[in-house]
Design a protein around this ligand. Structure first.
Ligand SMILES: N[C@@H](CCC(=O)N[C@@H](CS)C(=O)NCC(=O)O)C(=O)O
Length: 249
């Protein structure tokens, strides 16, 4: 009686071994599927300049989306942004520009909207919210970016204008901050309950408020929002994201 039972067990063993091998193979393959593939690594190339706020905005979005990107340093000081090989990428002769495969897209707010759509991150499916996000990005460039970046450029010695103009930009920046402060008393993020590219775009400007001699302490909701934004996974500073030379993935 004992012998046939032993034979039956012996016969089943090889079959069990094959199953076990297959399981091991599947486990080994999993991380390769989840991690960034070579194609993902190669996908985006950002052209920019280390101290450029709009370049930081685009790099920050890629970082928040945890998407690797190559970085090409465009030497603004040597006029590289006005050379034919760069003007083919950005007809406006400015940084940043973002290459996604064969396509190059420019204007940082448009880059944010493009990345939000293509990566399906920092966006919303609610049509009215989607429209609000666009409104805030247009507002940001119209009312916030211009005074903040002009004041910063003056402090850095990159632009010269007198006190009258400085006061005008300062007043404009304060008026814009009052609008944002008011909005953030009603809503946790700029649009709705989750961060969107509206937050990314506005943060990309207010990061430089100090360098523009703009005191954010007068706007407590803006300060709280800024702190919360800096705690988002993938957040990184301009210094962490933008080197002074090109960097390939
Ligand atoms: N609206 C543009 C502004 C870009 C911009 O002002 N870039 C600056 C560097 S921060 C630049 O390239 N300046 C050189 C120039 O305008 O000739 C954007 O958002 O991309």
């Amino acid at each position: 009686m004992a012998k046939p039972a032993k034979r039956a067990i012996a016969k089943k063993l090889p079959a069990k071994k094959i199953v076990a091998k297959k399981v091991v193979k599947a486990v080994v393959k999993k991380p390769a599927i989840k991690g960034p593939s070579a194609a993902q690594n190669d996908r985006f190339t950002l052209y920019g300049f280390a101290s450029s706020g709009p370049t930081y905005t685009a790099a920050l979005m890629l970082s928040l989306c945890k998407h690797p990107f190559s970085y090409i340093h465009v030497n603004l000081r040597e006029g590289a942004h006005k050379q034919p090989d760069y003007l083919v990428k950005n007809r406006y002769g400015q940084v940043p520009a973002l290459r996604d495969g064969q396509m190059v897209t420019v204007q940082s707010a448009a880059i944010l909207l493009y990345l939000a759509d293509t990566l399906d991150k920092f966006t919303t499916k609610v049509p009215v919210e989607k429209q609000r996000v666009r409104e805030w990005l247009f507002w940001q460039w119209d009312k916030l970016s211009v005074p903040v970046f002009r004041l910063r450029a003056r402090n850095k010695g990159l632009r010269q204008f007198g006190d009258e103009v400085r006061i005008m930009y300062d007043t404009e920046a304060k008026a814009a901050l009052a609008v944002l402060e008011q909005e953030l008393t009603k809503s946790e993020w700029v649009v709705g309950k989750k961060p969107t590219v509206a937050d990314v775009g506005i943060y990309g400007v207010l990061r430089y408020a100090g360098e523009a001699s703009i005191e954010l302490g007068h706007y407590p909701h803006v300060v709280a929002w800024k702190k919360k934004f800096e705690e988002l996974p993938g957040f990184a500073t301009p210094e962490q994201l933008l080197p002074m030379e090109s960097r390939l993935t």
